[in-house]
Design a protein around this ligand. Sequence first.
Ligand code: FUB
Length: 319
Amino acid sequence: MKFKTIFTCLVIFGMTNILQAQNPIISEIFTADPAPLVYKNTVYLYTGHDGATLEDTNYKMPDWYVFSSKDMVNWTNHGSKLSPATFSWATGEAYAAQCIERGGKFYWFVSTFHKNDDNSKGGAAIGVAVSNSPLGPFKDAIGKALIVNEMTTDMKHAWDDIDPTVFIDDDGQAYLFWGNGSCKWVKLKKNMIEVDGGISTFKPKNYIEGPWVYKRKNLYYLVYASAGTKPEMIEYCTATNIAGPWTYQGIIQENVTNSFTTHPGIVDFKGKSYFMYHNGSLPTGGSYRRSICIDQMYYNPDGTIQKIIQTKEGVKAVK
Ligand code: FUB
């Protein structure tokens, strides 16, 4: 083969690889804990932000970011839109969060940590920020935490009230699920900023943290990070009633590259289902320097979820 032909082949091969390698989808900063929201033909992706140095041995998560896409491949970085500093009662890291729309307002449920004051002795807590736009500006919706460590006592560690996932059922009833070590849930009032009734606690098989709750064809899904002493996987349960009982359905995602944690974020967009998660696969990445990826998600006719195939290529652009 002539040099020119070999060169052309190498360029085409290289370009094809570049065009197809979508994962991780964000490479300018380290991102974690994906929470997608579809609104008006656009996917908004709310993320955590890993700011740890290579020497750090724990999370350094200063703020939450928003990205958006109209095709699941080209993502616009809208920047840092919220931080624990927005909440006068908060201190510490910006753990997992999820934003949901109701009545034209956007409610961003976040997990962070509480100052030691009259409302709490500290520990993880859940707050809500609100905005008239998916891109903010967001402000504290309540002026205090929605959930504080003292409200749940089944787990003795102080960081069990993390990882909120919020879901509005067809009848308009909103639910908040969350928790590390056990899964907790409560109804929310229509205003989305007050709990309605008591908190329930349960422990799905192998549950550790990071719940993601949604409904598809009259079946409720509770997808979560599992294990604990080993790197996390994603497992799930289904139920015909959101109050349970939940039926364990198995593992859908095995361990991820170079990160102890993984965290599910699930969305349907333009007729396809997508599974978002994080790993440590960017150069210099790791458990505290994570990156969000997307792969296709498929359901069986009976509603069970097929194993997620983690790829470097990611997904194809949708029109
Ligand atoms: O990102 C900080 C914590 O790591 C999250 O709250 C957990 O779900 C895990 O991803």
